[in-house]
Ligand binder design. Structure first.
Ligand SMILES: [Mg+2]
Length: 215
């Protein structure tokens, strides 16, 4: 029997983006030798400039900070966004074990993600999980819910994502896919980031709490 292709979302599926964000704030404060509040303010102010776009762009964020600090945006980017340890602490604990298991069982595993491609790939590389994924199935779009993105998905694939609204959009166009909603516990201070409304959940989704529940 041919094993299915499983495509994983990155943020809040493989990678705890909040943990990364808070660690990066602390790291930035240290680099600038300033109070944590100043680093947090840069992030908040930068996010407020993103009104017309969805994705956070690390290079643009560094330019935003560099305008106010005596540091080059390039240096800041290298020091902050090429720092492996910041990424590694954000990888969910079961990820490597689960990917290893699927690899041993000859599943084809890939990515279905959105945002700035280089940043998304860095998350995989710096967390040392990039090699688990079949390069043919590393699928990253600026917006993964566009028709162009949805038709690109391999037939019969399993899609794992933390956002029910994304799975709803996939379900509307692609009835051949198995859709798996991962509902992770988020850290208390970021509860406002949770958008899932259980009443609206399409019952066709398989719901899991961590990746080891996929079968
Ligand atoms: Mg996500």
């Amino acid at each position: 029997m041919t094993q299915p292709i499983i495509l994983f979302d990155i943020d809040f599926t493989l990678f705890d983006t909040d943990i990364f964000m808070y660690a990066r704030d602390a790291y930035l404060a240290k680099l600038l030798q300033k109070d944590l509040k100043i680093a947090v303010n840069y992030r908040v102010e930068y996010f407020q400039t993103l009104t017309n776009r969805r994705e956070f762009d690390p290079k643009e964020f560094c330019q935003f900070i560099a305008v106010n600090e005596y540091i080059s945006a390039t240096t800041l980017y290298q020091q902050m966004y090429e720092e492996k340890s910041l990424y590694q602490q954000a990888l969910y604990p079961e990820v490597k074990e689960v990917l290893t298991k699927f690899q041993k069982q000859n599943y084809q595993i890939g990515i279905f993600s959105e945002g700035i491609e280089s940043f998304q790939l860095n998350k995989l590389r710096f967390c040392e999980i990039f090699d688990f994924f079949d390069s043919e199935y590393i699928i990253i779009f600026a917006d993964k819910t566009t028709p162009e993105a949805l038709v690109s998905l391999p037939s019969q694939a399993w899609i794992v994502d933390d956002k029910s609204e994304i799975l709803e959009k996939i379900a509307a166009i692609r009835q051949d896919l198995k859709l798996i909603l991962i509902k992770r516990q988020k850290i208390a201070s970021t509860k406002t980031f949770i958008k899932t409304n259980d009443k609206q959940l399409n019952r066709a989704f398989t719901i899991i709490n961590n990746l080891s529940e996929i079968n």
